[in-house]
Design a protein around this ligand. Structure first.
Ligand code: HEM
Length: 441
């Protein structure tokens, strides 16, 4: 086997880097289809900047994501080194943070978040008109931000705060989107963070500080994730600074709500493309909820709804790309990689791999019936290994409850034929997502 990975032919000088920056979704799905059965990984070779390898073998994806010793999660772009939260930290700090935070996402805590979600869905529906059009992503974003803020921080978010947070995330989306220049220019020539980007960061800091101050000001602070972090901060054996507390709060409030909002919004889109499936999910919601708000005990019975969420995460995974960096020279898939090379594992490309899925581009929740195991390795919308998503269960509960709760009371028609995506850190649409809402009789 060759020492260095295969490099697909591309444009002269900049190799295939321009394609990756230009239309990353088309590029990674194209690589998957062209090379998935021939190589474990292929190399994209920019003239400057780190060499990038796209992992086209699902087994190699899990090997890389499972190994913290050879590979680290890099902090790229204007965000580099800026915030030290569970998502961005490394080494001992990551281990400490994961130990503190993981228990907040199991057992009774999840059951209470489920009830919080049911209440938040109910509150949202009381604000909706009998009939009208809305920006669905904005509405669902307000819902999932409310769920995270109440569940982890016991904080009630106002509509104005919600708009500020979502505007900040929009600015991040624009700044962090893949672009041809971002891929081929050396670091020294990359444009620095814009003023808008700095303002967005300041807005998030201010919001997180409000959330923390409000918690501290309470006579009897509630038991929640923030309390767990503060208790750890008082422990002399744990190094957790005030800045890290703010960072953690910002990262959970943002990453913890945006991915879920995108997933629910895309699920409504796919259901608008498949009215027969939407009827089935609605009938299930009517039977299980019987006009009530969704609660923890309803979860196992929402089976058709769960299949819709899974299928949505296959075709439109909110985290479309997971990145690692080699810590030192390593061998992978029989090749030699240098220190500092990047590794791309795309849930989007693997989710649409014809070698793993029948009719890969079709939205068919039915495929998640009894024989769904064949393509299990190609399905990793929440990552894999020790750094996989800590909020996975909560995200699934939120998505199922939002779909069932809303469809039991409203018809939702997404007025978009096909999405024009802006793949940044998350898989965002380029604009609003207009939808028609009609209250059911
Ligand atoms: C459908 C919604 C979601 C999707 C698709 C998603 C996806 C992911 C993926 C792919 C990773 C792994 C990234 C990597 O390995 O580099 C991840 C990690 C993470 N997610 Fe999620 N996520 C979702 C919802 C949530 C929620 C609701 C929360 C918090 C309440 C959350 C918090 C985190 C955190 C803190 C990490 C970092 C874990 C670590 O490094 O130890 N996510 N997520």
């Amino acid at each position: 086997m060759a020492e260095r990975p295969h490099s697909p032919p591309g444009l002269p000088l900049v190799g295939s880097a321009l394609d990756l920056g230009d239309d990353p979704l088309r590029f990674v799905t194209g690589l998957q289809r062209a090379y998935g059965d021939r190589y474990p990984l292929v190399q994209v070779d920019p003239v400057t900047g780190p060499t990038t390898n796209v992992l086209v073998d699902a087994g190699v994806v899990h090997e890389v994501l499972g190994d913290r010793e050879r590979f680290r999660r890099p902090n790229l772009g204007p965000q580099a080194g800026r915030r030290q939260g569970l998502i961005s930290s490394d080494g001992d700090l990551w281990e400490t943070q994961r130990e503190i935070i993981q228990p907040e996402f199991v057992g009774k805590r999840l059951a209470s978040y489920a009830d919080t979600t049911g209440d938040a869905v109910e509150a949202l529906l009381t604000e909706w008109p009998e009939a009208g059009e809305c920006d669905l992503l904005g509405e669902i974003g307000a819902l999932t931000l409310q769920v995270i803020a109440r569940s982890l921080f016991s904080y009630d978010v106002t509509r104005a705060e919600s708009r500020r947070v979502r505007n900040a995330l929009d600015t991040f989306g624009e700044e962090l989107a893949f672009s041809p220049l971002g891929i081929v220019l050396p670091d020294s020539l990359q444009p620095g963070p814009s003023t808008a980007f700095e303002d967005a960061n300041d807005a998030l800091d201010a919001f997180a500080n409000d959330v923390i101050d409000r918690h501290r000001a309470r006579d009897d602070p509630p038991r929640n994730m923030l309390a767990a972090l503060m208790a750890a901060k008082r422990d002399p054996s744990v190094e957790l600074s005030e800045d890290e507390l703010v960072d953690e709060t910002v990262l959970f409030l943002t990453a913890g709500h945006e991915t879920t909002a995108l997933t629910i919004t895309y699920a409504f889109y796919w259901l608008s493309q498949r009215p027969d499936v939407r009827r089935r999910v609605r009938a299930e919601a009517d039977a299980v909820l019987d006009g009530d708000r969704p609660g923890w005990d309803d979860l196992p019975a929402l089976e058709a709804t769960e299949r819709v969420v899974r299928e949505t995460l296959r075709l439109t995974p909110a985290a479309w790309n997971v990145i690692r960096e080699t810590r030192r020279p390593v061998r992978l898939g029989g090749y030699r990689l240098d220190e500092g090379e990047l590794l791309f594992a795309s849930p989007y490309a693997h989710g649409r791999d014809p070698a793993a899925w029948d009719d890969p581009d079709q939205f068919r929740p039915e495929r998640w019936g009894a024989d769904a195991s064949r393509a299990a390795d190609s399905y990793f919308p929440f990552g894999s290994g020790p750094r996989s998503c800590v909020g996975r269960q909560l995200a699934l509960i939120e998505a199922q409850f939002a779909l069932a709760g809303i469809l039991s009371r409203y018809d939702v028609e997404v007025l978009v034929d096909e999405f024009d995506f802006r793949p940044a850190v998350t898989l965002q649409p380029t604009g609003d997502v207009p939808a028609r809402l009609t209250a059911r009789d």
